[in-house]
Design a protein around this ligand. Structure first.
Ligand SMILES: Nc1ncnc2c1ncn2[C@@H]1O[C@H](COP(=O)(O)OP(=O)(O)OP(=O)(O)O)[C@@H](O)[C@H]1O
Length: 233
């Protein structure tokens, strides 16, 4: 369980407010899904939560620590993973550089992350030769290898075929048993299957925060009702 507090935070670009102001006090455990139509502000919200983007006003805190200062305590997976010209294992180990861990510990962590990401047989392949699904798994391993207190995943299933999506889903469920996960997703059936709670966004505002069961059974806002109806038809 980890506490995420957002206090009157907003994101504004060139004079246009794109997100917020948001007020939120969340206890995260298991999987929390961020839902909403295209352009609703899901990616901005995840960047704000992780501390990649700083709010123009207000504050974001994890366990009382400013998000910006506690980024190293979280694993993050962005929509387009950064790939270094190294092996898969080298790319994963890179996340541990500057942490001052002994070599043996780094090796063990990387091996564990490779197994969790079902990439043990690709460990020595150049990362550039991986398929899209494998790259996504490598990026997930890089997020996991630091033993994070929470995981922030921006559309981890986007562009994956059904089999690859199933593998990613199993990996995320496994990780979420020990580490709270905040993720965005467009697949409502999958969200319903895996998420414990839902945050629903529209036009930069968070309109609903509910358990997954309550959100899908009885969405409160007209926008969420329309969103669910058009997506579930
Ligand atoms: N750096 C930026 N500068 C200006 N506007 C931005 C910036 N980043 C995002 N926006 C705008 O903010 C809004 C929310 O964007 P965001 O990427 O968070 O949406 P999203 O819900 O993740 O959408 P999608 O489901 O399509 O990925 C959009 O209108 C987008 O154009």
């Amino acid at each position: 369980m980890i506490r995420l507090q957002i206090d009157q935070a907003s994101l504004t670009f060139k004079g246009t407010r794109r997100l917020g102001p948001l007020d939120l006090d969340l206890e995260l455990s298991g999987i929390t899904a961020v839902l909403g139509p295209n352009g609703a502000g899901k990616s901005l919200f995840l960047s704000l939560c992780h501390g990649t983007l700083l709010p123009d006003r207000g504050a974001v805190r994890w366990q009382g620590q400013p998000a910006r200062d506690s980024r190293a305590a979280r694993g993050v997976m962005l929509q387009s993973p950064v790939v270094l010209r190294r092996s898969v294992a080298g790319n994963i180990e890179f996340a541990l550089q500057s942490r001052g861990l002994p070599r043996q510990v780094r090796r063990e962590r990387v091996e564990h992350a490779l197994i969790a990401a079902r990439l043990e047989d690709r460990a020595h392949a150049p990362a550039a030769t991986l398929s899209g699904g494998e790259l996504r798994r490598m990026s997930f391993a890089r997020a996991l290898v630091t033993a994070p207190r929470a995981l922030v995943l921006d559309e981890p299933f986007a562009g994956l075929d059904p089999a690859a999506s199933q593998v990613m889903e199993a990996m995320i469920i496994e990780a979420a048993a020990a580490t709270p996960v905040l993720l965005s997703n467009h697949d409502l059936v999958q969200t319903r299957r895996i998420a414990r709670q839902v945050l629903f966004f529209s036009k930069g505002q968070m309109l609903e925060h509910a358990s997954t069961v309550a959100f899908f059974a009885d969405p409160q806002s007209g926008v969420a009702q329309a969103f669910l109806q058009s997506q579930l038809l």
